[in-house]
Design a protein around this ligand. Sequence first.
Ligand SMILES: N[C@@H](CCC(=O)N[C@@H](CS)C(=O)NCC(=O)O)C(=O)O
Length: 264
Amino acid sequence: MTITLYENEFSSCSTKVRIALFEKGARWERRRVDLLHFEQKTADYLRLNPNGVVPTAVVDCEGPALIESHIILQFVDERFPGPALTPRDPAERARMRMWLKGIDDAHAAAGLVVASEIFVPYWQRLPSSRLEELLDTFADGNDGNDARRIRAVVKSGIPAERVNAACGALRAFFGKADRYLAERAWMTGEDFGLADIALTPYVDSQVHAVSRLWYGKMPNLARWLADVRARPSYEGAVRRIPNDAFMEQALRAAPGGGGWRSLG
Ligand SMILES: N[C@@H](CCC(=O)N[C@@H](CS)C(=O)NCC(=O)O)C(=O)O
C-alpha cells in the first residue's frame, strides 16, 4: 500500500504526517502543494480536500482522500506495521487524545502568527498584478470568500492585537506542555508517539515570533525537542525536506528570521 501525501514542507500539519510515516517506515509519495502561491485553493485540489488546506492523504484502493492531520496520523498508526505510536493503556491513550485536541485548538493561533510574519509580508511584496493573477486561480472554496479575505489581509495586514492574542495563547499552551514534560520523557506516554509527533512542528517552528515564546524559557520543552530532533524520523521528515527557495527567502526577511536556531 502506498500513501500519496499532498503537503508542503513548511506546513505544521504536513510535517506531523511525514514524521509519522517515517516512524512507521511506511511507503509514501510526495506531492508538493505550493502554499505561497495558493495551489491549495485551485479546483483540482479542492476536489481532494474541500477545506483548501494541506495535508491530504490519498491511499490507493481505500476510498476517498483523508483530510485532517490528526485523523491521518491515527490512520497511519493503525494501518501500517511498525512501532505503535499510541499507548496501550487506556488512561495514557486518553491523555494522548487530550493533547491532540489541545494541539488542534492551538493550531489557529500558530497559523495566524506564521501568516503575519511570513505569508502576508510575502504577498504584500508581490506586484499587485501578480497577486491578482494568483487570486484568479481560486476556485470557490467553502464559502467562496477565500480570495476576498486574502485581498483584505494583504491590504491592511493582520491587526497587532490579534497577533498578540495568538502569541499569548501559544505561550500558555507551550507552558502547559513544558510543565507536563517536567515529569516525563515524552508527551504520549512511556514512549514517543502521536502527541509528540503532533506537537513537534509548532515547537520546532522556524518562525521567530513563535520560537521566541519558549526558547531559553522552557527547559523541559527544549530537552524534549532535542530528543525529537535526534530521531531518524526527524532527519527523514524534516531535515531532508528543506524549505523551497522562496520560503527560505521569506523566512530570512522576517523580523529575526530563521526561528529558534537564530535565537541561540
Ligand atoms: N485542521 C487541519 C488544519 C490544516 C491547515 O490549517 N493547514 C495549513 C498548513 S499547516 C494550510 O494548508 N494553510 C493554507 C490555507 O489556509 O490556505 C489539519 O489538521 O489538517
